[in-house]
Each structure stands twice: as structure tokens, then as C-alpha cells.
Write a protein that binds this ligand. Structure first.
Ligand code: ADP
Length: 293
């Protein structure tokens, strides 16, 4: 599997440039699409899942042209949008059976097996006879996951993966995804939460204001922030000053003020120690450096 995005642009009818000249190559494994709200992530996702057309550029998926061979491409896709809703009063299993049918699983017997398998996997087997649109938020999200995955898609696109999931459900979802990532498929996680992708993605892209700002491994992004992250103890007054001046990534109360971590181009303060960056630091460092440009 390979997705080749070349010179992709999206301009909405109101003149908003949501994507500007995006070039990306995405291969098997888990891929993180990271950026703040409004960066253009959903615009890109919606193009990839054929719900929206680009204003310019090209997308090829395994050699198929996204604009010309939409049918072929749809067969490969599983999409879990951010606001997954049910507009029917089907039972949970019936909804999944219907989704499997839509995704091209024609045999009733295979469909029933798959439905049971996925109800079990996402922990909804006991709720199979409940009306789908009356499930709790977390359960609906899990049903969304099952409908996106039931027909064994080659490309899975998940918008804001942890929205509406409690910690236990997050772990369950992550486990399902990491199990899937062992296969020859592409999983794209689009999120504004660094923690959603840190441990699992081999490669990531950073979008800001419609531009691709970084593409590479999480480690390569972290490398860029090395030498720019500090930990320091400060008094309450100094803390207020620093908040104005620096990007503070964590604040913990300490005996006589605060222990803070911050990212900055340069920083000098009594007792400050330089620390090893993590992905969260690197993301903040990267975003801050664009604001200054
Ligand atoms: P993200 O998913 O990263 O939050 P979006 O792709 O939703 O970003 O939005 C990117 C930009 O495009 C934002 O400024 C948003 O307001 C704008 N936008 C999104 N959808 C539309 C639309 N249908 N019409 C006009 N502008 C839009």
C-alpha cells in the first residue's frame, strides 16, 4: 500500500485555502497527522476518503487515481469520522451488518461471522440487541470503530482517535490499532493531541494553517527540539513573567513556587537544567518557531 500526494490544494468556495501544495508519501504502518484545530487535517482526510474533491494536485493510492477511480479506492477504505452518528433505529448488530454490506461484504454468512467477531473485539457483544443510536457515547464510538474495520480495509483513516473515549477505552482502541498495524495496511490517525500518536506512529506529518511543516519520524521531530527544553524552579512572580515570554509545557507546584518545563530558542535562569525533549515538547517547539517566522 502506498498513498502518493502531490501538489495538493484545497480552496473552499469562501476563498479559504485549507491545504496549500501538500506533498506526502504514506506507506504501510501507522501514520500520524498532527496539527492544531484549523490546520487542514479534516480537509485532507475528507479528500482521501473521497468525500471532498481537491482544488488542485493529485492523489494516487496503490497506483489508482483518487479523482478517476473513486470506486476502486472506496473499496480499500475504512473511515471513522470525528462525529460518528447513526441516523437509524437499527439494533447494534443490524447496524454493523448493514455497514458490512455497504463495504462490500455480500455473503450473509461471512457478514454474520464478521459482525459477531467485531462486536466481541470492541466489547459490544452484550449490547448487540440494543438500539444503536441509544448506546452511550463511548459505545457509539466503539461501534464506529467496528464499522470502519469490519470489511478489512487496506487503508484506515481515523479522525481524532480518542474523542469521547475514557482511559480504558483508549487503551482498548490503541490495542486494536496496534494489532492491525502488524498487517500490510496504512492507518492514518489525524489528531491535535500529541499523546494519541506518540508511541505508535512510525511516521508523522505536521500541518499548520494548511501547510505541511514537517514530515518524518517522531524521533526526527524530537531531535529538532534537543537543546531547547528546560526544567526550572521558579517563584510565583517569575512564573507569571515566564508565562508571558515562553511556551510552558508543564507546571507542577513545588515547595516555594513552581517546577516548570518550557521550550525556547534560548533560555538562561539560575538553576535551569536542559532536559531531553519528548514529542510533546518537540511539537510545541516546532509550532512556536513558526509563529515567530
Ligand atoms: P482541522 O481538521 O485541522 O481542524 P479543517 O480541515 O477542518 O482543519 O479546516 C481547515 C480550515 O478550513 C479552517 O480554517 C476551516 O475553518 C476551513 N474550512 C473547513 N471546512 C470548510 C468549508 N466547508 N468551507 C469553508 N471553510 C472551511
Amino acid at each position: 500500500m502506498k498513498i502518493e500526494i502531490t501538489g495538493l490544494n484545497k480552496v473552499y468556495s469562501n476563498g479559504k485555502h485549507a491545504l496549500s501544495d501538500i506533498n506526502l508519501s504514506i506507506e504501510n504502518g501507522m501514520f500520524g497527522l498532527l496539527g492544531p484545530n484549523g490546520a487542514g487535517k479534516s480537509s485532507l482526510m475528507r479528500i482521501l476518503v473521497t468525500l471532498s474533491t481537491p482544488s488542485g494536485g493529485s492523489v494516487k493510492i496503490d497506483g489508482y487515481d483518487l479523482m478517476k477511480e473513486r470506486g476502486e479506492i472506496r473499496k480499500m477504505l475504512g473511515y471513522l469520522p470525528q462525529d460518528f452518528r447513526f441516523f437509524s433505529n437499527l439494533k447494534t448488530w443490524e447496524f454493523l451488518d448493514y455497514a458490512a454490506g455497504l463495504a462490500g461484504l455480500n455473503s450473509k454468512i461471512t457478514r454474520r461471522q464478521k459482525v459477531d467477531e467485531w462486536l466481541e473485539k470492541v466489547g459490544l457483544f452484550d449490547a448487540r440487541d440494543r438500539q444503536a443510536n441509544k448506546l452511550s457515547g463511548g459505545m457509539k464510538r466503539r461501534l464506529g470503530i467496528a464499522q470502519a474495520l469490519i470489511a478489512d480495509p487496506k487503508i484506515i483513516i481515523v479522525d481524532e482517535p480518542t474523542t469521547g473515549l475514557d482511559p480504558e477505552e483508549r487503551i482498548r482502541f490503541r490495542n486494536i490499532l496496534s494489532e492491525l498495524s502488524q498487517k500490510e495496511i496504512i492507518i492514518i490517525l489525524s489528531t491535535h493531541i500529541v499523546g494519541d500518536i506518540s508511541s505508535v506512529c512510525r511516521d508523522l506529518a505536521l500541518l499548520s494553517n494548511g501547510f505541511l511543516k514537517f514530515n518524518g519520524s517522531p524521533e526526527a521531530l524530537i531531535d529538532k527540539a534537543r537543546g531547547h527544553v528546560w526544567q526550572v524552579q521558579v517563584s510565583g512572580i517569575d512564573y507569571d513573567l515566564m508565562k508571558e515570554k515562553y511556551a510552558i509545557t508543564s507546571t507542577i507546584p513545588s515547595a516555594d513556587g513552581w517546577e516548570i518545563q518550557l521550550v525556547a530558542e534560548n533560555f538562561a535562569y539560575a538553576g535551569a537544567i536542559e532536559i531531553e525533549p519528548n514529542l510533546e515538547h518537540a511539537y510545541v517547539y516546532f509550532m512556536e518557531s513558526f509563529i515567530d517566522q
